[in-house]
Design a binder for this molecule. Sequence first.
Ligand code: S3P
Length: 463
Amino acid sequence: MATRTTQAAASPTCATVFPAPAGPFQGTVPVPGDKSISQRAAILAAVAAGESVLTGYLPSEDCRATLRALGQLGVESQWEAGTPVVHVHSPGWEGWRESEDVLDLGNSGTGFRLLTGILAAFPAFSVLTGDASLRRRPMGRVVDPLRRMGARIWGRSDGRFAPLAVQGTYLVGQGHLLPVASAQVKSALLLAGLFARGQTQIEEPAPSRDHTERLLTWLGLPVEPSKGRRVRVEGVWAARKVKLSPFHLTIPADPSSAAFFWALAALRPGSRVTVPGVGINPTRIAFLHLLEKMGAGVSIQSERMEGGEPVADVSVEGRELRGLTVGGATIPAVIDELPLLAVLASQAQGRTQVQDAAELRVKESDRIHGMAEQLGHLGVEVEEKEDGWVIDGPQTLQGGQVESLGDHRVAMSLAIAAVQARQPVTISGIQWVDTSFPGFFERLCQFTHVEVGDGSGDSSMEK
Ligand code: S3P
């Protein structure tokens, strides 16, 4: 398995999760800032000349990689010590400098694809790369439409895989009909479109997360907010200058991280778990609707708007779960929670069918195969389909040895399975949780009173 070089040497890479004491889970669990919004906020703060302040910026590996890459372009960022507050000082997009070295986005598909879009229009030469997982992920989906706008991009297999070399140039707005619903591709094109001549229009097969559109609108930039599957941005090519003032933004908690704790509540009848200040953007929370359909209780309190995004305190109550069928246009709004849904499905009464989710095969790992295989190691029978799974439940989760496959969401989904398992589960590759949720295991221990050992069978790691 790939190793993470930025990981602190002392951090454990393996954990044994001992079954949690019986009984419901009750309480409030704060989770860190939204990964998608953090990355977009950092990039747009870098476009604005001056100091922007991002409160609730996610201190994860992906979001740090984006800040590092921006740093190489001349944009400084500073953390307020011990807080998730980042000050971004930028000379503004037109003052960025050519990076002297390769921009390494690590594991971050969002950072990589969004920066490719904006660098396609920035008059300099850039090379972008990432870790072994990112270098296996499809980049043609962003390179091809950017080339149609005039972008000069080279890469392995004619630009289908990173590393990519980008010679920024004048771009011309185009109409794009995307073959897959991908917010990363849409956002790359919107950012490129901002600096292009004329209009850029994008149509997706199903609505994907719309954080870029919301943030651009909140910042007063000329984007026509997503009407379902379509969005349009007006380029500022003539001036080669986007009029964007630095800003102060509060980033909501990430619903994809909250999902792990909501799942714990859903799995144990009588539980009630609340995540405060979490994003409830409709393009992100299909998981909550599915939990309700499966039988769990969901309540949304103190709804408010922050930085153009709806935010609330969201509680989930555990009741008996039943299986369901998920597919079609729902998939983009639950894409990151599907590995976790597979765990829930194994504990629900009846059949769960996940379809139209072939995108899962090109995430940080092949999540369709990976979850089927790893749940298999815990004694759960999962039928793997080309575009999803069929899972009949409930099935007993046995103890055993599993592997994160270098994928943060696989690691955390397996940890939730481990909490419900009959015997201890040893998970290797746990360092990958830092991609999106640093401190996940500490929070899991505090909240569930599971014991987590260092993988040697000795439950001392987190005690
Ligand atoms: C993201 C979009 C989704 C999602 C990823 C983050 C984003 O990917 O799976 O975790 O921030 O735009 P795709 O755009 O590839 O579907």
